[in-house]
Design a protein around this ligand. Structure first.
Ligand SMILES: NC(=O)c1ccc[n+]([C@@H]2O[C@H](COP(=O)([O-])OP(=O)(O)OC[C@H]3O[C@@H](n4cnc5c(N)ncnc54)[C@H](O)[C@@H]3O)[C@@H](O)[C@H]2O)c1
Length: 400
């Protein structure tokens, strides 16, 4: 049974708390900290948490606290993590780890130097659908992954500080690009080095200094490509989709807008449907159990079990640091309008990955390019001669 300090009683603090103390959970939150005294009190009452405070240091150094969960605005992640490392407490931090790679690296160094357990709270790689897809890829179901497209778009965040670049550190690319980038790393292989990026980012709809829309490409050392698409001005709810293209198959995954339940309501449900949904009338697409479907339960199960067993969890501060380095390169590219290298001061994966190659041998002299059944019933077989390079097609009559 782990005893937790929850820093932040806002939107994500609420999701995390519901997940950690859910149902017959063994874990307990023994203190909640929020700068808003009333919010902290109300939160503590709602969830039966014995102590609430506005003093972060007090919450972290409470002698009974084993794990500190950081669910604070981005400008406070580093301060909270350094305090937790100083107090030798295990620490789990929400995304993005830092406002930039410099902050993330300081946090990584601090927890590693202090020797404390650390987890990067990237819930979207823990959704049941994501975990199922990762396992399918491990089992060779779609062959080698050559392209990943990950999209997270919604009508914009729910609190003022997100829109203030000094506090948040950036716009939608930092806020949601981090999810898409880590999702793609999981599909491509976290030991394959991200090499370079090219990115477009602009401010099109919202009156802010940061970008509200962005698209980027991250090229990996084995030739795989990851594409992310993020927006704070998408209308229609929270669109969370991934597409993975492999040499032997495809995965399409929709975590939110089409989950299998579609309800039509003429009168309106008059209330919350799911995160960032803009309407409660007409066709609505509820998410049956957001805490489960967004990955929070699997994430805390993995992290707190790893803490108890003295093992490493699936997502650590190191992963958060790599994601921050990729995003820093994306910001450089959005400015320069050129491919920019990903500068990883710390890299713990393969130094040189084997380039993706899936050529199919047809016979001693030929490689198979493809075979296709044509509407007239014949099959076209397209071959390449290994020696001469000549490409030829052979029409096979239907067998009776
Ligand atoms: N899916 C996800 O992983 C996910 C989703 C949403 C937010 N987040 C992340 O969670 C973090 C918090 O976002 P949020 O949506 O909960 O924001 P929020 O505005 O809903 O809540 C932030 C809370 O922090 C409190 N706070 C501010 N300054 C404080 C201080 N000095 N000490 C203590 N409390 C303080 C505020 O009073 C507020 O209650 C951000 O880093 C965000 O990126 C992650």
């Amino acid at each position: 049974m782990a005893k937790v300090a929850m820093l932040g009683a806002g939107f994500i603090g609420d999701f995390y708390t519901r997940s950690i103390i859910r149902e017959r959970s063994k874990d307990s939150i023994i203190v909640v900290c929020d700068a808003d005294v009333q919010r902290a009190k109300t939160f503590a009452e709602k969830y039966g948490i014995p102590e609430s405070t506005t003093d972060m240091q007090k919450a972290i150094t409470n002698p009974e606290v084993e794990i500190v969960v950081v669910g604070l605005p981005n400008n406070l992640h580093m301060e909270a993590v350094l305090m937790a490392a100083d107090a030798k407490k295990a620490v789990l931090c929400t995304k993005p780890l830092g406002r930039n790679a410099g902050e993330a690296k300081k946090m990584l160094d601090a927890v590693e130097k202090a020797g404390v357990f650390n987890g990067y709270l990237e819930d979207l790689v823990y959704t049941p659908k994501s975990l199922y897809s990762f396992e399918s890829i491990k089992n060779g179901v779609i062959g080698k992954v050559i392209w990943v497209r990950s999209r997270e778009t919604h009508p914009g965040p729910h609190s003022d500080w997100f829109w203030n670049k000094d506090i948040s550190g950036g716009g939608v690319m930092l806020d949601m690009g981090c999810h898409c980038i880590e999702i793609a790393r999981q599909y491509i292989g976290k030991d394959v080095k991200p090499v370079e990026v090219v990115c477009w980012a602009d401010t099109l709809v919202k009156p802010i200094d940061a970008e509200d829309n962005a698209i980027g490409f991250v090229r990996y050392d084995n030739g795989a490509m990851a594409q992310f698409e993020v927006s704070w001005s998408f209308r229609g709810g929270l669109d969370l989709r991934d597409e993975v293209m492999g040499t032997e198959g495809t995965i399409w995954l929709n975590n939110f807008l089409r989950t299998g339940i579609e309800i039509y309501t003429a009168g309106g449900k008059k209330g919350y449907v799911a995160e960032k949904v803009e309407s409660d009338q007409g066709w609505i697409f509820p998410v049956a159990d957001e805490v489960t479907d967004l990955g929070y339960n699997n994430m805390f199960n993995d992290m707190i079990s790893a803490y108890e067993n003295g093992t490493e969890c699936m997502e650590t501060f190191y992963d958060g640091y790599v994601v921050n380095e990729i995003m820093d390169a994306c910001y450089r590219s959005a400015k320069s309008k050129k491919w920019e290298p990903v500068n990883l001061d710390v890299w713990r994966g393969q130094e040189k990955a084997e380039h993706i190659s899936a050529f199919e041998e047809f016979d001693e002299d030929h490689l198979l390019i493809k075979e296709e059944l044509i509407p007239d019933g014949t099959t076209k077989r397209i071959l390449k001669n290994k020696k001469t390079g000549v490409i030829s097609q052979h029409i096979l009559q239907p067998s009776r």
